[in-house]
Write a protein that binds this ligand. Structure first.
Ligand SMILES: Cc1cc2nc3c(=O)[nH]c(=O)nc-3n(C[C@H](O)[C@H](O)[C@H](O)COP(=O)(O)OP(=O)(O)OC[C@H]3O[C@@H](n4cnc5c(N)ncnc54)[C@H](O)[C@@H]3O)c2cc1C
Ligand SMILES: NC(=O)c1ccc[n+]([C@@H]2O[C@H](COP(=O)([O-])OP(=O)(O)OC[C@H]3O[C@@H](n4cnc5c(N)ncnc54)[C@H](O)[C@@H]3O)[C@@H](O)[C@H]2O)c1
Length: 464
């Protein structure tokens, strides 16, 4: 059995871990990065998450008129695989080219709080390290519904992205990020899509009026959305899967039931922190009730030399949060040790349907719950005179909405469902962090024709 010693051992080639490994390696520290699969160098985002999904969405939206959807889809999957392959190579190279960094491919598990065992087939390696960073991400949950886990037609996002076969009929379990992005994308390629959401509405964290516009866009694009639905059973037939469901009453339709036929059933009901293989008990590392590695605001576990970054620590599941986690750990290891998760203000996020829905800060519902007096400005994109870009690019659907503190004129939150919203939201977030008021955003000079100039108009449109 081989042994190694490192200053820093990173388990999992995710965004936070790889950034930290490269930084420490460039400073000459002995770093070992352990990744369980050579197909996952670079982690979830570039291989099976953000990048492939957004690539497929881009290809869906740029299919030339007359192109056969099945052929176009197969080509899009191939182009996406080539993009992710190139990114995987670059990510591996980024660490491999550093003399002080070793990439080990195998599955890591703790032997004790200073020692990790890595196995790959019959090979076994023991690594001891001064500092250990757990960056093992999360994995797609599959609900315990009779027949579902055994169904030949069940997939998670990972399998769906990898197959060149365009599903004819897709049933999506879950109306959250993954569910809505796949529903919107595959219906654009021509798949018949039904979303079955257990809750009273899709995207439960968002305001009802905004979700109403999202649902209208999905419906216009041919997606069927059923909320308040409990899937009771899935059975494989000669022709696909039969999904049995009943209305759970959340949307007022208790007692109705039905079946849906599907070639593919996508489980998109959330992602759970990946800790099962790690043998955390051997190191005495505590987990939360939700199964995440428990950390403090500096991302230290209860073993102070062991940190956890990214999805595995139970924080918001976004690539840029994992990246920011790495900054916090770097500050602990190399800096003043001041940076903390509690410093984060106005973290934006974007759901990439067409057009995308971008959000930051509080919703109107959340603001009202605090009792703070707010002013709501809102306008449909189609009604805006000051945003010709929407007409130029041929996407005038959507709405922009801001929640503003009535007393201080601060922007408390925004929901932007519009072309370019994935970019616009970063401007709003920066304004919020920098104390730029709603009036200043409203009266600023913006380039023309751009999407940002919509702020001149929407921020002057008080609705309540
Ligand atoms: C379909 C989809 C679309 C998404 N789209 C977006 C988006 O548009 N924008 C966004 O910000 N976020 C998006 N996300 C979320 C984002 O991908 C994750 O939040 C992010 O990748 C998490 O990174 P991480 O650093 O936690 O670890 P990961 O990137 O998940 O890396 C963990 C690594 O650890 C490895 N590993 C696990 N266990 C072990 C072990 N025992 N030993 C060795 N290696 C191990 C895994 O193979 C993996 O490579 C999406 C996710 C999905 C699934
Ligand atoms: N664009 C992005 O940034 C992006 C894209 C995809 C994923 N992600 C990240 O990945 C995370 C996981 O995404 P997700 O969509 O899997 O989870 P999610 O938590 O966003 O949504 C899951 C949905 O499934 C519903 N649900 C739960 N159990 C169900 C059941 N049995 N039947 C029907 N519906 C059920 C929930 O009510 C919820 O609406 C996201 O929270 C996000 O952080 C981000």
């Amino acid at each position: 059995m081989d042994t190694m010693h490192a200053d820093l051992l990173v388990i999992g080639f995710g965004k936070g871990g790889k950034t930290l490994a490269a930084k420490m390696g460039r400073l000459g520290r002995r770093v070992v990065m352990v990744e369980q699969s050579d197909q996952m160098y670079g982690g979830t985002c570039i291989n099976i998450g953000c990048v492939p999904t957004k690539s497929l969405i881009h290809h869906a939206q740029t299919r030339p008129a007359g192109a056969d959807p099945r052929e176009w889809y197969a080509g899009s999957v191939a182009a996406t695989a080539s993009l992710t392959g190139a990114m995987r190579g670059k990510n591996f190279g980024m660490l491999d080219e550093l003399d002080s960094v070793t990439v080990v491919t195998g599955t890591a598990a703790f032997l004790d709080e200073k020692t990790v065992e890595v196995t790959a087939g019959s090979d076994r390696l023991e690594i001891t390290a001064e500092t250990i960073v757990i960056n093992t991400g999360a994995q797609n949950a599959v609900p315990d519904i009779p027949g579902l886990r055994a169904s030949k037609h069940l997939v998670t996002a990972t399998e769906l992205i990898g197959s060149p076969d365009l599903p004819r009929r897709l049933v999506v379990l879950g109306g959250g990020y993954q569910g809505i992005e796949f529903a919107a994308m595959l219906s654009t390629y021509g798949t018949e899509v039904t979303v079955l959401e257990a809750g009273v509405r899709i995207l439960p964290r968002e305001d009802e009026d905004v979700v109403g516009v999202v649902e209208q866009i999905l419906t216009d694009d041919g997606v069927t959305v059923r909320t308040g639905v409990r899937v009771t059973r899935v059975e494989d037939t000669a022709d696909g899967a039969l999904v049995h469901y009943e209305a759970n009453g959340a949307d007022g339709t208790a007692g109705t039931s039905g079946t849906l036929e599907a070639d593919v059933v996508l489980s998109a009901v959330g992602r759970t922190p990946r800790t099962a293989e790690l043998r955390l008990d051997a190191a005495g590392i505590r987990t939360t009730v939700r199964g995440a590695v428990e950390v403090d605001e500096h991302l230290r576990t209860n073993r102070p030399h062991i940190f956890a970054v990214g999805d595995v620590n139970g924080g918001p599941q976004f690539t840029y949060i994992s990246l920011d986690d790495s900054r916090i750990v770097a500050d602990q290891l190399l800096g003043e040790g001041k940076r903390a998760t509690s410093d984060r203000v106005a973290v934006p996020y974007t759901l990439f349907m067409g057009p995308p829905l971008a959000r930051v800060g509080v919703t109107e519902t959340e603001a009202l719950a605090t009792g703070r007096p707010v002013r709501i400005v809102s306008k449909a994109v189609a009604a805006m005179a000051a945003m010709p870009r929407a007409g130029i690019v041929g996407e005038t659907r959507g709405v922009m909405k801001f929640v503003i503190a009535a007393d201080t004129d601060e922007v408390l939150g925004a929901a932007i469902l519009s072309v370019d919203s994935q970019e616009l939201i970063n401007t709003v977030a920066l304004a919020m962090r920098s104390g730029v008021t709603a009036s200043t955003l409203r009266d600023a000079i913006y380039t023309h024709p751009s999407s940002t100039e919509a702020f001149n108009e929407v921020l002057a449109t008080v609705v309540r």
